[in-house]
Design a protein around this ligand. Sequence first.
Ligand code: 5RP
Length: 282
Amino acid sequence: MDWGLKNRLSRIIRPDGRTVMLAVDHGYFLGPTSGLEDAAKTIKPILSYADALMPTRGILRASVDASTDTPIVLRVSGGNSILDEDLSFEGITVAMEDAMRLNVSAVALSIYVGSPNQKKTLLNLTRLVDEGQRYGIPVLAVTAVGKNMGRDSRYLALACRIAAELGAHFVKTYYCEGFEKVVKTCPVPLVMAGGKKLPEMEALELTHNAIKRGAAGVDMGRNIFQSESPVAMIQAVRAVVHDNATPREAYDLFNSLKVSRKSPGKPKLKAVSASKEELGRH
Ligand code: 5RP
């Protein structure tokens, strides 16, 4: 791996080998997703707690402060919408040249293994990897799962391994029974996708299970920005990912931070320890 590519990836996956990515790219096929109607307002208070932000090009330009230090993992695939029967027909939506102009730390695309558009999306991946290698930009492959496709370890291990074999520098996939098999057979770092909104404790348990079974972190959206307290939730997720907190400890932290918004309380875990500032980025 070239120095520039390694350097960009190391801004996303922190020195402890872990990352908390904040996904806000939902609008690329879902339109105004609940919690992201005013994306700028949602992103602003949580951005500094994320190790990386995953937006689309439009949201990045319109809704993210250009002075941020948070690395950007830019969603560069799309072309479909929730109105389509089959969501797998994606193309590349951003030229690598524009991604570089936007100073991104990585680009992300979805691959649809086993779908009618498997070949097209896998060739999208190889094209991005070739361009990424040329310019030092890492590529995140998101193993998207269609409506009628399973999310078991056999399928997800297949999709993640293919992504890695074709050159993805890191991979995002769903948690499943036997997740450790998916991690073990994927030779590049694997981050867990959050999925639909769960009660906070369950989302923290999911995060803990993924980390325990070898994930390098999470790329989580709705479970953070749809939380009753997104700022408290992202810090609780950080505590699990970076401080090895148990779900209970992280949930207590969530509650103490949530409460402390009204009346400052003493968090059980030092919340600031999970922030970027303390990780020494500045
Ligand atoms: C869709 C994506 C999204 O970034 C991601 O799934 C959204 O995050 P979450 O599911 O946690 O809300 O990659 O393919």
